[in-house]
Design a protein around this ligand. Structure first.
Ligand code: SAH
Length: 203
């Protein structure tokens, strides 16, 4: 997976590649899908949601910049896989999921993989962020928003980075936004496809 799906497509950050090789993705999947754990695909995790494609997870981590020892918010916990990769990168991880059943599943998966003490799982509308734990050095959003959610931008540190798919329900661009004194600066934008972000500042 690391060689064929990540390195070959341009993921270069060795810390990210190491973290991706260390987190057992099969522990974040329903048992009948475990044989497909290292496929080059997003896979169903129940409740109409998916675990993101490994490449997207790696790409998001790389775009967040160095996160070791820094506070990071992961919006859309889903299976907990992205949060586990961030924990493996030594970030202080907060993750939020709107569906309570999936938040519980993320907690169980993170515990089984040994990351329970490094990730704080919350239930709620992640479009509003987690003001009680802000500011964040980086925020990763694993679901598509119609526009940049203002609350998430507000909860970034100065020079903090927000990675969020922005577009319609069916196609988006993964935007990398940096907080600056002049306002949001979009430093990169690549085509992508995610499930919708459902909430006050989402769809
Ligand atoms: N990072 C996850 C990806 C899950 S898919 C993983 O690695 O498995 C995106 C998730 O975002 C879904 O679980 C969905 O329920 C959740 N989601 C959608 N809108 C949300 C919102 N407003 N707040 C929090 N989570 C949300």
């Amino acid at each position: 997976m690391v060689e064929r799906q990540l390195r070959r497509r341009g993921v270069q950050d060795e810390r990210v590649l190491d973290a991706m090789s260390l987190v057992p993705r099969e522990l974040f999947l329903p048992s009948d899908l475990r044989a497909k754990a290292y496929d080059d695909a997003a896979l169903p995790i129940g409740h109409g949601q998916t675990i993101s494609q490994p490449y997207m997870v790696a790409r998001i981590c790389e775009e967040l910049g160095p996160v070791a020892g820094r506070r990071v918010l992961d919006v859309g916990a889903g299976s907990g896989y992205q949060a586990a990769v961030l924990a493996e990168l030594d970030a202080e991880v907060y993750t939020i999921e709107r569906l309570p059943e999936l938040a519980e599943q993320a907690r169980r998966n993170l515990a089984a993989a040994g990351y329970a003490d490094r990730v704080d799982v919350h239930v709620g509308d992640g479009t509003r962020g987690l003001p009680e734990h802000a500011p964040f050095a980086a925020i990763a959003v694993a679901a598509a928003a119609p526009e940049l959610p203002p609350s998430l931008y507000d909860q970034l540190e100065e020079n903090g980075r927000l990675v969020v798919p922005v577009g319609t329900r069916s196609e988006q661009r993964l935007e990398v936004v940096v907080r600056s004194p002049e306002g949001p600066a979009v430093v990169r934008s690549v085509p992508c496809r995610f499930v919708p972000l459902v909430g006050e500042e989402g769809f």
